[in-house]
Design a protein around this ligand. Structure first.
Ligand SMILES: [Zn+2]
Length: 61
């Protein structure tokens, strides 16, 4: 199964970014560089505020 994606708001600049829930590398905010997700070997730790969970199975067909 595919993983989940999270819409995360950066605590520093309020930029919204979609982050994969099992990110294997650190994900930084594209605007200010604040680390929004840290890999733990399994599920990533989300550092920002999650505003939405996005299921990835319904893409535009
Ligand atoms: Zn930011």
């Amino acid at each position: 199964m595919s993983g989940r994606f999270y819409r995360v708001t950066c605590p520093d600049c309020e930029n919204e970014q979609i982050i994969y829930g099992k990110a294997a590398t650190e994900v930084a905010c594209a605007v200010c560089g604040h680390v929004l997700a840290r890999p733990t070997g399994g599920k990533a730790v989300i550092e920002g505020e999650v505003t939405e969970t996005v299921e990835r199975r319904a893409e535009h067909a």
